[in-house]
Design a binder for this molecule. Sequence first.
Ligand code: ADP
Ligand code: MG
Length: 869
Amino acid sequence: MRQFARFKTQHPECVLFFRMGDFYEMFEEDAVLAHKTLGITLTQRTEGIPMAGVPHHAVEGYLRRMIEAGHRVAVCDQIQDASEAKGIVDRAVTRVLTPGTLVDEALLDEGRTNHVAALDLRGETGGGTLAVVELSTGTFRLRDLPADRLVDEVVRSGPSELLYAEPAGGGVPEVVESIRAAAGCALTSRPPWTFRPAEAGEALRSHFGVATLAGFGLDDEDPALAAAGAVLRYLQETQAPDDSAGRLGHLRPPRRDPAGRYVTIDATTLYNLEIERTMRSGTVAGSLLSIFGGCRTGMGRRRLREWLCFPLREPEAITARHDAVSALLADETCAVELSGHLAGVQDVARIVGRVSMRRATPRDLVALGRSIGTLPAVGRLLEDRPAFAAHAARLAAVAGPLASLAETIESRCVDDPPAHLREGGLFRDGVDAGLDEARTLRRDATGWLAGYQKQLIEHSGINSLKVGYNKVFGYYIEVTHAHADRVPDAFTRKQTLKNAERYITPELKTFEDKVTTAESVAIEREKVLFEQLCTAAASRAPEIAEFGDVTAELDVLACFADAARRYGYARPDLVDAPILDIRQGRHPVLDRTLGERFVPNDCSLGGHDESSTHPGAPSLALITGPNMAGKSTYIRQVALIVLLAHAGCFVPAEAARIGLTDRIFTRIGAADELHAGRSTFMVEMTETANILHHATDRSVVILDEIGRGTSTLDGLSLAWAITEALAARGSRTLFATHYHELTTLADDLEAVTNLHVSVREWGDQIIFVYRIVPGRTDRSYGIHVAKIAGVPGPTIDRAAQLLETLAVQTESPHVPGSPPPRAGQLSLFTEYIEHPVVNALRALDITSLSPLEAFDVLRKLREEAEERH
Ligand code: ADP
Ligand code: MG
């Protein structure tokens, strides 16, 4: 317990998994926590200390659950053979696991990146810097965050764990708290000094062994260093307290993302467009990501997510991706061959991390060798293909060193390696003289034992005598009870079985010792050789990482080409003008699930080509139509097509001309969504405010039913004003709305046009045809839709009846005595002052009423008013 207490003091924030024999035990409050989190039994030690344990062979699963629940774990192992220990076995903390620093295969999702990020807030401006590290692969990125996008950009980076400088007064800074709420990441507070730029610069220079960071494109005085240094310190402390340089050797120098490299997508839009997971169920199935099943490697799957969440803004970079997809599409043989090679590449990006962190297995090493062995073939396939010139050049640059590493691994290791080094058998014969000698002894054992058995039989005359081996008892001579009297005196009894006795002799004992020694000598030799090979591989970390990067990119490009071929996508034409012209566009996800039944639609905003972007071309379309007609689908499909085009993918359409876009905004009504304690309406208006503050003439905006969270009149007024503002801005905007009154805006504003979803009427039924057509609609078919939804017949009939009455009443819009309508359109609002009592009052001819009748009317009206209240 004293030993436990010592480690616990060293790692106070961690749950301590304390190895005791075949179990990892937890004590005291850790045990209670583990009991709650893992559902394992809580027991008591004699001293009344709570205790809970998990079997060592299943520990990875429990570790994973502990981390997923947001806890940190320190694993304390026995670092001494129990039989050699005098008194208590030596133990040490061998791993500290935090949500953002996992490297073991069993703890990670192959298709998801696992980031730890440090956020440095710059007090005065409200902005900051984010340093993002993926420890498993060694990538290290710096992102500058303007104040107004800080939360969104951190959420988009998707860290599992966020480090922040603990404020002087303790507690969690408000913006960090909102990040946690939006991203669901674990928070780790750090001493503020680790964020000091001077300390940070020093930590970085010493880690990367450079005198200045200028070579990495960073100024030594750069305030962005604070975040980078903070994350590095953290990794050094938790992952490599003993020899930081070696273990974190695969960490690449920080790379700064230039401002304006990516299309800005806020967290709401990522969520609304269902890029990574669906809004309703939160599953990957049904998301944009889910339609791309074609990646061959985990590296590709992770890169795909990144490309979809970070679409590009630089036309050259986007075009390069489109060119590559085109090339693969044009040459199917090449595409198939490339996929074949990619399928042979394991997750080298993560293997190199494990190799550096000293957590690699024999299988990792063999997989690494085999994977980098595919490089020459991939290089040959890509050479002389202009679309892949950059990839081919990058591969060529690392080909030399990797070929020799592949050769070394291949020639030394067997093809089918053991899962654990302790099982032995990773290295081939002939690799190492010491190993060979030890192995020969062990192999010869079989021959020796046969000879020895024969000799004993001859000597004792017991024909059934056997010499055997068993894991627990070692070598033995077995004689059945029937021959017990003929056993020579030199035999020492070892074990009694039901019908036989087992013995040992000094000779056999000597032999056993020799074999056992040979075995451990062999294992020890293999360990040394393995270490050497890991060191050799680790020294090639930058080249391996580069190979991994190129592979990941090729994998995503091949996946894009595959989708384009299979689903009939078209290459988008990117132009430098605020236009959007999509022919027969489809929603990428519904297109997959509905197939033939999906109805494609056009979209044209801002003209067809650069020359026609005269000021008169509408940039904003209002879309009206009944519920369930396909409005939301249509506007999302347009946003997704714009996003896919910028990610470098082809798009689900017959043709698409897409103007370069700086931001994609969405505001999608989620009537029942309450987050961060704000009301729906507040959320809606906050998001709208964000759009109005930042949308430019190069932005794409989709608005779905805004203004619904408040009274009709308020909502309509807001929607009206927002439409006017966006129309003036020139942002390409699609606005699906229930407010038919808005459609009159198109009469006055050149930038506004009306679209509606057509439906066919069939008797008293309506049929959805999902076709977007120009012009407005004046019917919402709400009652029809309610009927389809199963609202009972009598209620439908009553509603139809009411609708008729109300419709008649609203047909005389001008109410005598009301202020004269201003500019024509505003009179529309007066229709909304609707109440039967008010209407009755309006209809009343006071001059013809007797006092008694007047009283009667008054009483009735009052009753009605009360009833309706
Ligand atoms: P709205 O926003 O007008 O209420 P949605 O866009 O939510 O309607 O669409 C309702 C449903 O109609 C979708 O879930 C889908 O099943 C179907 N749908 C929408 N658009 C299409 C289309 N273009 N082709 C075929 N079915 C569609
Ligand atoms: Mg809708």
